[in-house]
Design a binder for this molecule. Structure first.
Ligand SMILES: [Zn+2]
Length: 326
């Protein structure tokens, strides 16, 4: 199943060096809705996972996938009792999509921002997300993976931005959006739903194999590790963990993923200290046992690409938009 849950950004990025980027066939995409707890759902279509709090105060949605899927996302929200237009009748307004929080700027997580903003939703994101959406840029791992990301229309820009942290009090929960610097990008937000012990991690945690780290946009493996460690310190042992891509997991799977990040980083860090070149590291398969688990056939980030990512990250590839540490 891993190959079917591939990050579409991943597919687009992987295709970029060979041919013009191809978008998924949106007409064939179905939005799968899974109930995590009372009033809390995960929606999975063709981009990043979405997490929805649905209740008397309306809907708060984490991430917005693709513009072409906006109608299907609205229908999925209606099927669980939410998603009416903010300007509708008083009864539908109660269930309106009121807030969208972007976990980061990548287009498979922000694509329907403008559509939902036109419905009346307030789009919320970390400061750097707005800056990157406004200017566009080149996403990539500092080496073989690269992709031009166009600027978005003004209507897609977050209306509310924050530096470190923001709380939305909705549906009886205190939903906390926390910035984790220089992780998957420089604008990552992890969203905590404390009342149900749920956390939505964006692409800091993915389950399609070795993660894509957007070093060109300020990401780093050190930041990925720090973010995962912090989440594990702050969520209960029975927490539900929503990855950016792939199936919802518990804490144990996140802990193993963190172990993978640490051990592979240590391997590349050690090889760097020993003066090895990237070519030598690839040849010696220094990621060891983790390659079997995290580099499935046709992996977007295969063993060589992840070795290169770690190499670039640990050598201190300099991002164009640095962000202040918390
Ligand atoms: Zn991403």
């Amino acid at each position: 199943m891993l190959s079917q849950r591939l990050c579409y950004l991943g597919i687009l990025l992987a295709a970029a060096s060979l041919a013009p980027a191809q978008e998924p066939d949106f007409s064939k995409v179905e939005i799968r809705t899974t109930r995590l707890a009372e009033g809390l759902y995960v929606l999975q279509g063709a981009g990043g996972n979405m997490t929805a709090s649905v209740g008397a105060d309306g809907v708060l949605l984490v991430d917005s996938e693709y513009a072409a899927l906006a109608d299907k996302i609205r229908a999925a929200l209606r099927s669980v009792g939410g998603g009416g237009p903010a300007g509708g009748s008083s009864s539908s307004r109660d269930q309106a999509l009121r807030y969208v929080i972007n976990t980061h700027y990548h287009f498979d997580h922000t694509g329907a921002n403008a559509a939902f903003a036109r419905d009346g939703a307030v789009v919320i994101a970390q400061d750097n997300v707005r800056a990157r959406l406004r200017t566009g840029g080149t996403a990539g791992n500092g080496g073989s993976i690269t992709r031009e990301v166009p600027a978005v229309e003004a209507a897609a820009l977050p209306q509310v931005t924050f530096d470190h942290e923001l709380t939305v009090h909705v549906n009886g929960d205190d939903v906390r959006a926390v910035h984790y610097p220089n992780a998957h990008t420089d604008g990552d937000t992890i969203v905590f739903f404390p009342s149900t012990g749920t956390v939505a991690m964006g692409d800091i945690y993915v389950r399609y194999g070795f993660p894509f780290i957007d070093i060109n946009s300020g990401g780093s493996v050190q930041g990925m590790i720090a973010a995962c460690e912090d989440v594990l310190l702050h969520v209960p042992g029975e927490a539900r963990v929503v990855p950016g891509h792939g199936e919802v997991s518990g804490v144990a799977e996140l802990r193993e993923y963190l172990q993978m990040l640490k051990e592979t980083s240590a391997a590349v860090g050690g090889a760097l200290k020993a003066g090895k070149t990237l070519a030598q590291m690839k040849q010696e398969h220094i990621l060891g046992r983790w390659s079997e688990r995290y580099s499935p056939p046709k992996a977007f980030v295969d063993t060589d690409a992840f070795t290169e990512t770690l190499y670039n990250s640990l050598r201190g590839h300099v991002a164009r938009h640095g962000s202040r540490p918390r």
